[in-house]
Ligand binder design. Structure first.
Ligand code: G16
Length: 548
């Protein structure tokens, strides 16, 4: 088969995927995301872009994931994954947006020609794209659109089937490192499970097993995949029960369950009976986020979110590094504006670890985390991972250790390097990370929670006629536009002890998000809804005014 680009063939295929009228697409926080019925043309074009990216990168395999993660079931989305499992290079996001908005086949071809010229792409190079989807019903049709995009440019297709988003990131990196020194693992689903299971055993072997954990899988792809993973881990070291595992009944995905629901509603998901002081966790719809929680003895719901996971992981890793004798390895934590003020305080003042704050979106956190020898990054919503730089990995692998304490710490660090999916936040890998640390420390969720107390916080969504009028700066902590709104928010915030609030447009949903925290629950809720009211009034709110 010819590998070159045949523009006539592209036009023929493109005729089947006209761009819907009156819609403008943009590559947002996690790619394109909107109602599934609008996405066929977008996904067809993403196929083309994936192939161009592969050609540009010397025929490396590019990943494409079809998912809308935490969004409602009727939405879908698509994102591209670069060869080492990272998010698509930001410059190429612009090309993705240009392709998606080309209003007919001629314009589309012109955009493709421009991308080829500007990037000096050799059109005759081979291209390969590996792709997967979550369990959304619309995924079947959208995979076909993607395949047509790939066929239109004569790419090699690797269908990875129904997978979690992090599994797609993992396999992309595996394909591109196969047979090299940096080999990331076997490029198969089984290879992924084996890698995690072996590493987990290395950390917890010989330690008493924790009581059973119940995991709410949001009725999404995490349910069958966690069950699969559990088959590779003996029951004597992990006891897990999967709930909200119905991936076949329409309307159940993410409905009153899952990590996003639990984080935003601050209550247990539908279908979970949780006795006091027992830990549970929730995944999101594509299993790239996880939050933990428990009910206190008086029945109060206690959330152990991404900030708590970051603190747990950073504390453990710092302790191991010290015990290993490799104290020159530095650790840093990356958060977003959503991080609870108490967590930042704890990390900087108690753990003494540097913390940076970046804009929402894994791509921002990931890049910042790469600046440290060991970069722990987590969004409060439970999306995160730990990156070990190539040089810190080499030092950890090479070190022999002088004392039994050194040697034992080095073994654990080596296991962590394999246990943690370093390509992207991964709920299954993060679950094992947390379970391993809790097992090692012999901690109940309450003991874990005692590190610091979250300031009461609240997230509110405001629907407005055009969320794109909101422009932010300072890692999204301040509004530049609409003009004058930030000053009004500042005046409100001043009225609340430990008050903090910010406003930003979502990159995955058609809403503006309002975050607030304050010293008391009442103050925090009042602040959140007052700010939400300001947003509603200033920006032409739609539907009812946000109320508690
Ligand atoms: C995606 C991104 C996350 C982000 C979340 C919400 O998560 O991967 O980094 O925090 O969207 O983003 P926004 O506030 O811009 O809507 P997921 O789990 O939905 O893929």
């Amino acid at each position: 088969m010819s590998t070159t680009i045949d523009y006539g063939k592209i036009k023929q295929f493109a005729a089947r995927y006209p761009k819907p009228n009156g819609v403008s697409f943009s590559y947002g926080t996690a790619g394109f995301r909107t109602k599934a019925e609008l996405l066929d043309s977008v996904i067809f074009r993403v196929g083309i872009l994936g192939a161009l990216r592969s050609k540009k990168l010397d025929s490396k395999t590019i990943g494409v994931m079809i998912t809308a993660s935490h969004n409602p079931e009727e939405d879908n989305g698509v994102k591209l994954v670069d060869p080492y499992g990272e998010m698509l290079e930001q410059k190429w996001e612009i090309y993705a947006t240009q392709l998606a908005n080309a209003h007919n086949a001629d314009v589309l071809v012109n955009v493709i020609k421009d991308i080829v010229t500007v990037n000096d792409i050799d059109p005759t190079k081979e291209s390969t794209v590996v792709y997967a989807r979550d369990t959304r019903p619309s995924g079947v049709r959208l995979v076909e659109a993607l395949e047509h995009g790939l066929k239109a440019v004569n790419a090699n297709l690797v269908n990875f089937g129904i997978k979690t988003t992090p599994q797609l990131h993992y396999v992309t990196r595996c394909y591109n490192t196969l047979g090299t020194e940096a080999s990331y693992g076997e490029p198969t689903e089984e290879g992924y499970y084996k890698k995690l299971a072996i590493a987990y055993r290395k950390i917890v072997e010989g330690l008493p097993r924790l009581p059973k954990i119940k995991v709410d899988a949001a009725n999404g792809v995490g349910a069958p995949k966690l069950r699969e993973l559990a088959k590779f881990i003996d029951e004597d070291i992990l006891d897990v029960e999967v709930i909200n595992d119905d991936i076949d009944t329409r309307g159940k995905l993410n409905f009153q369950c899952g990590a996003d629901f639990v984080k935003t509603q601050q209550r247990v998901p539908l279908g979970l009976v949780l006795p006091a002081e027992q830990r549970a966790a929730s995944l999101d719809g594509d299993a790239d986020r996880i939050v933990y929680y428990y009910n206190d003895s008086d029945g109060t719901f206690k959330l152990l979110d991404g900030d708590k996971i970051a603190s747990l992981a950073a504390g453990f890793i710092m302790e191991l590094i010290k015990a290993s004798g490799l104290e020159e390895i530095n650790v840093g934590v990356v958060q977003t504006a959503y991080a609870n003020g108490s967590s930042t305080n704890y990390l900087t003042k108690v753990l003494g670890v540097p913390v940076s704050c970046v804009s929402t979106g894994v791509k921002h956190l990931h890049h910042e985390a790469e600046k440290y020898d060991v970069g722990v990054y987590f969004e409060a919503n439970g999306h995160g991972t730990v990156l070990f730089s190539p040089s810190s990995q080499a030092r950890i692998r090479k070190a022999e250790g002088k004392t039994p304490e050194n040697i034992s710490a080095l073994e654990k660090l080596r296991a962590l390097i394999d246990l943690i999916n370093q390509t992207v936040g991964d709920a299954l890998s993060d679950l094992l990370l947390v379970e391993a640390i809790l097992t090692y420390r012999r901690w109940t969720p309450k003991q874990w929670d005692q590190a610091y107390t979250d300031l009461p916080n609240r997230l509110v969504k405001v629907v407005v006629s055009n969320r794109h009028i909101f422009k932010t700066t300072d890692a999204e902590r301040k509004l530049l536009e609409p003009k004058g709104l930030q000053e009004k928010i500042d005046l409100l915030v001043q009225q609340y002890k430990d008050g903090r609030s910010f406003v930003r447009p979502s990159g995955t949903e058609d809403v503006v998000r309002v975050y607030a925290e304050a010293a008391t629950r009442h103050g925090c809720d009042e602040l959140a809804f007052k700010v939400a009211g300001l947003v509603y009034d200033e920006a032409g709110g739609i539907g009812g005014r946000p109320t508690e």
